[in-house]
Design a protein around this ligand. Structure first.
Ligand code: ADP
Length: 472
């Protein structure tokens, strides 16, 4: 099958979150299953710089906004098309300028991406025609709409379409005045199309016009069909329930593997965790934390946002520290959260460590060096950090929501007994329930039975169980 993946981020070239990890891993994973996958993205500077052998595609098609299409090879050796136009060359991340504000022509930047995806299905590159167009998140969500319009113009089906929701909370909503610039049939702007409370929603275009919809975990697929997590689109999703599937994200073993991770102090795997103890000690040294082994070292690698439950983490800090535990945080985002974390780290530098910013290698060192990785999210479509924790023998402490609920099994006594437990799970999004989970993690760490028997709390590391006993 020839599949065109349409997206705005791609690890390791350009990443703001889990979207890049998944989009960066899928082409090789699908190729290994015999799928001829190519990727279409805007020619953002980091992507353009990482594209080898870039050549303009010779075509009779006129691309929108005077853009041209480049074809080249990505680091994973998959073939990519980049839509090259001056509007993609600005400093900042894919979505905002260097000042953190979104661009006034944001709708054009991502409409063009969708439009070119459809043109590829119409034959823009005479040497390669996709059979399926797979669009990721709102940035690519107009692709199924343009494709539907193209099929109508050509009076035939050009390609199938799949739309994947990585986070329904980010929707690409614009005023109705952008309508003319999108150049879609007038009837597409009604309530059964892009219209969303008087505005235009790119996300809704993906949900309405794609043949199939997927999202990144089975629980999130159910949650978004309800008002609480539907972000105003739960009705549309309920209507498309038969075409909606939740497929849990995975881990790219070429990037996240403690047995072969160049970013960590010492390689290890489930058969021999001595390397993990070294990673833990190095992490303490790196951050100037006291070299204690009596209580767990908690880690956070996260966007600092309300979604991620960071204020729960701050609210439960007292409980954590009074149990003798330590905390390492890597993150960036909300100013108030950054200030509160800075204050906590300055008040107790031997117990609380903080690195504000984005640092891929440090993320690996924290996931490898901590005992417990915290993901106490309010909502979480899938979450990758807890999956990395499972792989690195760092027990995830998570809220029972979205993909976290699908990927972590709580260490209740019965789950410890039948060896199905893989972490610590709490239910309510409040400080009390979270802090109780932290105390449970500390108790588990020091549980004599776990240490003596060494076979109680299992989590997946290199595909083999890791035991609570081997934490220390
Ligand atoms: P989201 O995409 O909602 O931010 P995910 O858990 O799906 O959350 O993916 C987050 C990804 O971003 C993971 O690969 C995580 O390691 C990484 N990450 C988050 N914050 C940072 C940071 N400050 N530095 C390095 N990597 C980070």
């Amino acid at each position: 099958m020839r599949l065109l993946q349409v997206c705005s981020e791609f690890f390791p070239l350009l990443k703001t979150g889990g979207l890049a990890d998944v989009c960066g891993a899928l082409p090789s994973a699908l190729s290994a299953r015999g799928c001829d996958t190519r990727v279409l993205m805007p020619a953002f500077p980091a992507l353009r710089a990482g594209l080898a052998d870039a050549q303009p595609v010779n075509t009779a098609f006129a691309l929108p906004e005077g853009a041209r299409l480049l074809r080249g090879t990505l680091p994973d050796r998959s073939t990519a098309y980049l839509v090259d136009a001056p509007m993609y060359q600005r400093p900042g991340n894919p979505y905002t300028g260097a000042d953190g504000q979104s661009h006034a022509d944001s709708h054009v930047r991502f409409a063009v991406l969708g439009r070119v995806a459809s043109q590829l299905a119409e034959g823009l590159d005479p040497s390669w025609l996709p059979q399926v167009v797979h669009a990721h998140d709102w940035h690519a969500a107009l692709a199924p709409a343009y494709l539907r319009a193209a099929c109508a113009r050509h009076h035939r089906r050009l390609a199938g379409s799949v739309f994947t929701i990585h986070n329904l909370a980010y929707q690409g909503v614009f005023p109705m005045s952008v309508r003319a610039a999108l150049d879609l049939p007038a009837e597409y702007f009604g309530i059964g199309g892009l219209e969303f409370y008087g505005q235009v929603s790119f996300m809704k275009a993906g949900l309405v016009f794609a043949d199939r919809i997927t999202t990144v975990s089975p629980t999130y697929a159910r949650e978004i069909q309800g008002a609480e997590q539907g972000c105003g689109l739960d009705g549309v999703l309920r209507e498309r329930a038969h075409d909606l599937a939740g497929i849990l994200n995975g881990v790219d073993p070429a990037v996240w593997n403690p047995a072969a991770d160049p970013a960590i102090a010492q390689a290890y795997d489930a058969r021999d965790l001595r390397g993990k103890a070294i990673c833990r000690a190095r992490l303490q040294t790196e951050f100037g934390l006291a070299p204690q082994r009596e209580a767990p070292l908690f880690g956070v690698v996260s966007r600092l946002a309300e979604q991620k439950g960071m204020h729960l983490m701050l609210g439960g800090l007292e409980d954590m520290l009074s149990a003798g535990a330590q905390l390492v945080v890597l993150g960036s985002g909300d100013e108030a959260l950054q200030a509160a974390l800075r204050e906590a780290a300055e008040a107790q530098p031997e117990r609380v460590a903080l690195h504000l910013g984005y640092d891929e290698a440090l993320a690996h060192r924290i996931v490898a060096g901590c005992d417990v990785i915290l993901v106490p999210s309010r909502f979480e479509p899938c979450g990758l950090t807890q999956l990395y924790g499972l792989r690195y023998g760092s027990l995830p402490l998570v809220r029972r929501v979205g993909g976290l609920a699908d990927s972590v099994v709580d260490c209740t006594l019965e789950n410890l007994d039948d060896r199905s437990a893989t972490g610590i799970v709490f239910d309510r999004f409040d400080v009390d329930d979270y802090a109780r989970a932290v105390r449970r993690a500390c108790a588990l760490y020091n549980r004599p039975a776990s240490r003596a028997e060494g076979d109680r709390c299992s989590c997946r590391c290199s595909g083999r169980p890791v035991h609570a006993a081997t934490w220390r």
